[in-house]
Ligand binder design. Structure first.
Ligand code: ADP
Ligand code: MG
Length: 634
């Protein structure tokens, strides 16, 4: 029997192939902007102008002063898989350019009306070529400056289905602007010197970033002053990896990640690994569900990262995550610690004035700054940008305060311990990580202190006053102490004569008992009691007024959820954390002047005293300037 059939398979026409490819790279006007700006950057441009009309749907025009293209290159520019950035397969192993797939211009020209006008830096004459939905013109001579202008008009004019998926003009415009803003942040340095950008929308200027503007000034231009005033610089290099940029204090954290930007070798990336890195750096100071604010540039050997994972190239794959991230997390964590975590009372006043509908609140007053100033060098870029350092803005009353705290910041040695800490019950031998050689007395830590509602401690500062939440602060100290003990494997355990019995049920007892040994190593001493009860025989000494039943519940929950032996880090994070909070003695306790002083002193030595472990602030600070404003003296 013979089978007759029409042939059903045919090779697609080129324009259709390109339209299919366009489905991956060109989703909306913002993708056009991204591809064109990346091309301009790859061409070595130092000034890039982006003109948009109707959210970029009607027109995206990108003008650059980069290397340009001669007539032969122009003839190939719209061809699929035509690129000047890759030659051999092994080039894919170390991509240093933003583009490399040779798809963008081909894709765009299959779904829009495109025109390229270009003159190489060395050439004297410009030329142009057009391609509208796959109908290509020859290359013709034209007049134009050195560099390249690419226009993309009427996006999806020939693909109505795609056009229907576009959002409102203002949404598409916002996305285009976001792309350029990211590029402006990616192509900046701490000290100044980068690529300048101008954006216009329907003839109106929307963004203007000069080429020599340093990163911080760009952040200010894009996101405003409030966040910039509080940023701490990150600037570290190790083994061929450089991390630089800025992190904001934890209290700036948001519900979304829109103020969290990572730039990898000049490319804006959204990468899960990098999100985790940042989370890790803020561990212990961030409230549940909050995302830190940070602007970070990572530079590393292109061979260590694969950018060819995703057509839009926003995802990447790192070849040696562990090595990379140990260093980066440390650098970030160190910067996060330098941020000022105290809640400035000034912001409380501001919001109150706003609530009361008063508009005479005056100009934004800078916060006095973090307890520890960052190093000289790090403020240099601010000055280069003509932005005064925070300390300079606040010269007057700030100086003595700063001196005091600088002295304190470097002296984390343990003071001679005496009977002043009735709640601590600890020996000084256990304290003290690396003990520095000198101990400078911290003289500003001297009363009188005022205790309010057996909860808050008020103390005068040279330039204002501070309210400390004694419970939150003590929580933090207990937590840090536990952490240090566990890391140093020197947890002191308080064993009880009569164990506390906690009924957990058979299954959970089974679950728990597999981990008794591991738990004992971090000071949690459990034993089975009967068939469904666990006996808590001992807990770390540091936990005052412990809540064994709560702790056991937390443990069961943690092990049940992760299904594996809890590692020390997990247990500290999730279980001891909560235990520290429950056990902290300070809520509602009347404290003597000496006790208060000892508490504050210990807090200062820890250097981790700005928030409680759940990231509530431990202190609110009012400056004289705040008070003057509150009393309408200015
Ligand atoms: P890719 O960037 O992946 O190489 P594109 O389709 O975006 O692919 O661009 C194709 C080629 O056109 C580039 O490799 C480059 O040689 C050239 N080109 C595109 N835009 C510019 C520009 N603004 N300046 C100079 N050359 C450009
Ligand atoms: Mg490209």
């Amino acid at each position: 029997m013979q089978i007759h059939s029409e042939p059903r398979i045919a090779v697609l026409a080129e324009v259709v192939r390109n339209q299919i490819a366009a489905g991956e790279v060109i989703e909306r006007p913002a993708s056009v902007v991204k591809e064109l700006v990346e091309n301009a950057l790859d061409a070595g441009a130092t000034h890039i102008r982006v003109d948009l009309e109707e959210g970029g749907v009607k027109l995206v025009r990108v003008v650059d002063d980069g290397c340009g293209m001669g007539p032969e290159d122009l003839a190939l520019a719209f061809e699929a898989h035509a690129t000047s950035k890759l030659r051999a397969p092994e080039d894919l192993e170390h991509i240093a350019s933003l583009g490399f797939r040779g798809e963008a211009l081909a894709s765009m020209s299959s779904v829009a009306r495109c025109r390229i006008l270009s003159r190489p830096a060395s050439g004297t004459a410009a030329a142009e070529i057009r391609d509208e939905g796959g109908r290509r013109s020859p290359v013709i001579p034209a007049g134009g400056p050195a560099g390249t202008t690419i226009e993309v008009r009427d996006l999806f004019f020939n693909v109505p289905a795609r056009r229907r998926f576009l959002k409102t003009t203002s949404t598409e415009y916002a996305r285009c602007l976001d792309v350029v803003q990211r590029a402006a942040l990616a192509n900046a340095t701490l000290a100044g010197g980068g690529v300048g950008f101008v954006v216009t929308h329907d003839g109106k200027r929307a963004l203007d970033v000069e080429a020599d503007m340093p990163l911080l000034a760009r952040i200010r231009r894009i996101f405003g002053n409030d966040v910039v005033a509080e940023l701490e610089v990150v600037d570290a290099v190790e083994g061929g990896i450089a991390i630089s940029g800025y992190v904001a204090p934890p209290r700036f954290a948001r519900r979304d990640t829109t103020r969290q930007m990572w730039f990898l070798n000049g490319r804006s990336v959204r990468d899960k690994v990098l999100l985790r890195v940042l989370k890790e750096a803020y561990r212990g100071v961030l409230e549940e569900g909050r995302q830190p604010v940070a602007f970070l540039q990572l530079a590393l050997d292109p061979a260590l990262v694969d950018v060819n994972v995703h057509p839009a190239k926003s995802e990447v794959r790192f070849r040696d995550e562990r090595r990379l991230f140990g260093f980066v997390v440390n650098a970030l964590r160190e910067a996060v610690r330098r941020t000022d975590m105290a809640t400035p009372g000034e912001t409380l006043l501001q919001s109150r004035l706003r609530r009361e509908g008063r508009t005479d609140a005056g100009p934004y007053l800078p916060d006095p700054g973090p307890l520890q100033r960052h190093e000289e060098g790090s403020t240099a870029p601010l000055r280069a940008a003509g932005i005064p350092d925070r300390a300079e803005l606040y010269r007057g009353p700030r100086a003595p305060y700063e001196q005091l705290d600088r002295g304190a910041a470097f002296s984390n040695a343990a003071p001679a311990r005496d009977a002043r800490e009735p709640w601590s019950g600890e020996s000084s031998a256990r304290e003290g990580s690396a003990a520095p050689s000198t101990w400078a007395p911290v003289d500003d830590l001297r009363g009188p202190y005022l205790q309010v509602a057996r909860t808050y401690i008020v103390r005068a500062l040279p330039d204002g006053f501070e309210i400390v939440d004694q419970h939150a602060l003590h929580e933090r100290l207990t937590y840090e102490g536990l952490l240090a003990d566990v890391r140093g494997q020197r947890v002191e355990v308080q064993r009880w004569l009569t164990p506390e019995l906690v009924e957990v049920g058979r299954a959970d007892l089974e679950l728990l008992s597999e981990h008794f040994d591991a738990l004992r190593r971090i000071g949690i001493d459990l034993a089975p009691f009967g068939i469904d009860t666990v006996a808590v025989q001992g807990l770390p000494v540091r936990l005052k007024r412990p809540d064994p039943a709560g702790l056991v519940r937390d443990l069961v929950e943690l092990i049940g959820r992760t299904g594996r032996t809890p590692e020390a880090a997990d247990v500290i994070e999730e279980v001891l954390h909560r235990a520290a909070c429950r056990s902290s003695v300070m809520a509602g306790d009347t404290l003597s002047q000496d006790e208060i002083e000892a508490l504050l002193r210990r807090a200062r030595e820890t250097g981790e005293d700005q928030t409680c472990p759940h990231a509530r602030p431990t202190r609110v600070r009012f400056t004289l300037a705040d008070l003057e404003k509150a009393f309408h003296r200015r």
